[in-house]
Design a protein around this ligand. Structure first.
Ligand code: GLA
Length: 398
């Protein structure tokens, strides 16, 4: 329970910070939502595939209290910005981008229950726009805090409530923020279990848990520190490309999603796609689904060598077929596979920049970091950041 101890310590600090902005208050509640890594199953959630993410112990904190004012007040520590707005101002076009996340949550909640003005303090320790799901973390922590405050369906231990909250947050991301993302991030941030990875069937929203014990090895997160914005990236284009593949295939095959194509039928399916680039996208979809199954078995069998190989194959497919890795992630991948202690490495999240995960022995982490930092800096002028991983549980009151 190391991570919960850290959070109790954080709580006092967070309350102090809240009080600096809004004055002292006895009626405060504090919430935390984690970020996530995805072990494998990339860019397949929006095509109905199975994914294998886990929540990490970095995330977003919210301190909230009811207020007697006639408007909502929200302070973001990361943006160093205090914003006040009334219910009437809520809009997906609000000029301050980070406030739209809160507005999306409020707008949804107002269709279900009465929401009263409140003071909200937000602080996060996840790197933003880096593939660790800062967006889902923010949406989930705000939803959880506001459900609690408005006494709407709030129940820490109810699976169905967590699932519905995840689905609502995905909808807000799709409709309010403009990213046509799948359900992976919101689901794992809502439902994650300590020390476990979550196998999520994104078409049926069915979960299986698998305890992740890597023995002498660990997953290290490597942040390329190359800024990127998903909304401006080719993410939505990949979604459209795969929607187009499905339309073509449904004329010939009885499938409800791309995840329904077995590996044995890949060649046949490819012959129904008239555009070469889209054939590559389909190839990634079908082979990645297969790799998720394999990785799940390898984690269960504690076969870290096999798992590492599967991770590398995933990265290569995301690079060659799906074209979402980008120069920085590929450089780190190439440097990493030259290091003999590294068992596996791949980008995690949407890609285009952001983070990778590296599977390597715990006692080699320092050597690896020293070795790769210099090379990367010389090639790009950027400095890498490294984070260790502890798999934690989903959004919660602390
Ligand atoms: C982002 C999206 C997810 C998923 C990943 C790629 O994190 O929010 O829905 O598509 O990219 O696997």
């Amino acid at each position: 329970m190391q991570s919960d101890l850290i959070q109790q310590k954080n709580k006092k600090k967070l309350i102090k910070n809240f009080e600096k902005v809004f004055g002292s208050n006895k009626n405060l509640s504090v919430f935390f939502a984690p970020g996530r890594i995805n072990i494998i199953g990339e860019h397949i959630d929006y095509c109905g595939g199975k994914v294998l993410p886990a929540a990490i112990d970095k995330g977003t904190f919210v301190v909230i209290s009811p207020s007697s004012k006639k408007y909502f007040s929200c302070f973001s520590k990361n943006e160093n910005d205090l914003v006040n707005f009334t219910s009437k101002e809520i809009s997906a076009k609000y000029p301050i981008f980070w406030v739209r996340y809160l507005m999306g949550v409020l707008q949804h909640l107002q269709t279900k229950t009465k929401t009263s003005p409140c003071n909200i303090y937000i602080e996060g320790n996840l790197p933003l726009e880096s593939g660790l799901s800062s967006s889902a973390s923010l949406l989930l922590v705000l939803s959880w805090a506001l459900q609690y405050l408005s006494d709407f369906r709030y129940n820490e231990n109810d699976f169905e409530n967590r699932k519905q909250t995840a689905l609502v947050c995905q909808k807000i991301e799709n409709q309010f923020i403009g990213l046509q993302c799948g359900i992976m991030d919101q689901a794992v941030v809502a439902l994650a279990k300590q020390n476990n990875v979550m196998l999520l069937d994104c078409e049926k929203f069915e979960l299986e848990w698998l305890e992740c014990n890597l023995g002498e090895d660990t997953f290290l997160i490597v942040n390329s520190n190359k800024p990127r914005s998903l909304i401006e990236s080719k993410y939505n284009q990949r979604k459209q490309e795969t929607d187009q593949c499905l339309l073509w295939l449904q004329r010939k095959m009885q499938i409800t999603s791309l995840a329904g194509i077995p590996t044995e039928q890949l060649e046949e399916a490819l012959s129904f796609i008239p555009v070469k680039t889209l054939q590559k996208r389909l190839k990634h979809q079908v082979t990645e689904n297969q790799r998720v199954k394999l990785a799940y078995q390898q984690i269960a069998a504690k076969d870290n060598i096999g798992l590492g190989k599967t991770l590398k194959e995933s990265h290569l497919s995301l690079r060659e077929n799906y074209e979402v890795t980008g120069k920085e992630l590929d450089l780190i991948f190439d440097y990493s596979i030259q290091n003999k202690s590294v068992k596996g490495v791949r980008m995690t999240g949407a890609g285009f920049a952001g983070c990778l995960i590296v599977l390597l022995p715990k006692n080699e982490v320092e050597n690896y970091q020293n070795q790769i930092q210099g090379k990367y800096q010389a090639a790009t002028g950027l400095k890498l950041s490294f984070y260790s991983t502890t798999f934690t549980q989903g959004v919660r009151k602390i």
